[in-house]
Ligand binder design. Structure first.
Ligand SMILES: [Zn+2]
Length: 281
């Protein structure tokens, strides 16, 4: 299996010393025994000078029911699936101390990527470093259910949109700070729903940015972070709602953005209709 993974990573175009931002579903890859062979194979290709980065995102709670027993620290298990957990436990793994949107990095540029990303930072700051490092981004096994590349959220952030959520400061979590004190973090910027990020695909393809391949039994997509970001920024700049999903009942896309109140009327009508339908009998 490890040999096949090495071949697949090479086929995708990974090279020595690459910085790779990766998200995916390890369960779709096939038998990984032990699971570490996934990262071992990746490092066999990118070498000691390479870096692997993934999301270590964790929970937050509505302000009226914050779980006092859930205190984020660097060992809190990520909610980002088995890959996040695997990376966190891999030798040499580093994690940023942002209380909800931490990044996990392993290898040469790990410290550079996670440094200064904490409770005072914006959610997606480490993406800027990935862009500057000319990182490659891979997603595998989640293309249908979670099609997005995180550079889209960074484009929202750079355009000032993540600060325009009506959910601002409503979600909170306790965390342990650098002096080991327990504090509360209020999420003052929001990325929101990513179900509509598949809308960028036709533009990636038209601009020749996207390469398709496999990782084990799962399909995989790879593109360059800098190129993807430049395109995503341009599309969201010209239409601040470009990345929204099409679900008329999506609370995040239809109801949570100050600059998109036009959808909220339709949302309310549809919601009332669906409630009425439910109580009819
Ligand atoms: Zn949505």
């Amino acid at each position: 299996m490890k040999k096949q993974l090495i071949n697949d990573f090479l086929e995708l175009g990974l090279k020595k010393d690459d910085t790779v931002f990766i998200r995916g579903n390890l369960g779709k890859v096939g038998q990984l025994k032990p699971r570490n062979i996934f990262l071992d194979a990746l490092f066999d290709v990118i070498g000691e000078g390479g870096t692997v980065v993934t999301l270590g995102f964790t929970k937050s709670f509505p302000f009226y029911k914050v779980d006092k027993k859930y205190i984020f620290d660097k060992d809190t298990l990520p909610e980002t699936g088995a890959l996040g957990k695997l990376c966190l436990k891999y030798k040499g793994a580093k994690r940023s101390s942002h209380p909800t949107n931490s990044f996990i990095a392993i290898g040469q540029n790990a410290n550079l990527i996670i440094n200064n990303h904490d409770q005072n930072s914006l959610l997606y700051d480490p993406i800027k470093k990935l862009i500057d490092l000319n990182a490659k981004m891979i997603i595998f096994g989640i293309i249908d259910e979670s099609p997005g590349f995180t550079t889209v959220h960074y484009a929202q952030q750079k355009l000032g949109l993540t600060k325009q959520s009506l959910f601002k400061n409503l979600f909170r979590v306790y965390y342990r700070n650098q002096s080991n004190e327990v504090k509360i973090y209020k999420k003052s910027d929001v990325g929101g729903c990513s179900s509509g990020f598949g809308k960028f695909y036709q533009h990636y393809v038209a601009n020749n940015l996207l390469k398709v391949g496999n990782i084990g039994k799962s399909s995989a997509l790879i593109l360059n972070a800098k190129e993807a970001y430049a395109l995503e920024y341009k599309l969201i700049e010209s239409n601040n709602s470009f990345h929204f999903c099409d679900n008329p009942l999506c609370v995040s896309c239809r109801l949570s953005w100050k600059y998109n109140m036009k959808d909220s009327f339709t949302f309310c009508i549809l919601k009332i209709m669906s409630l009425f339908k439910g109580t009819k009998r």
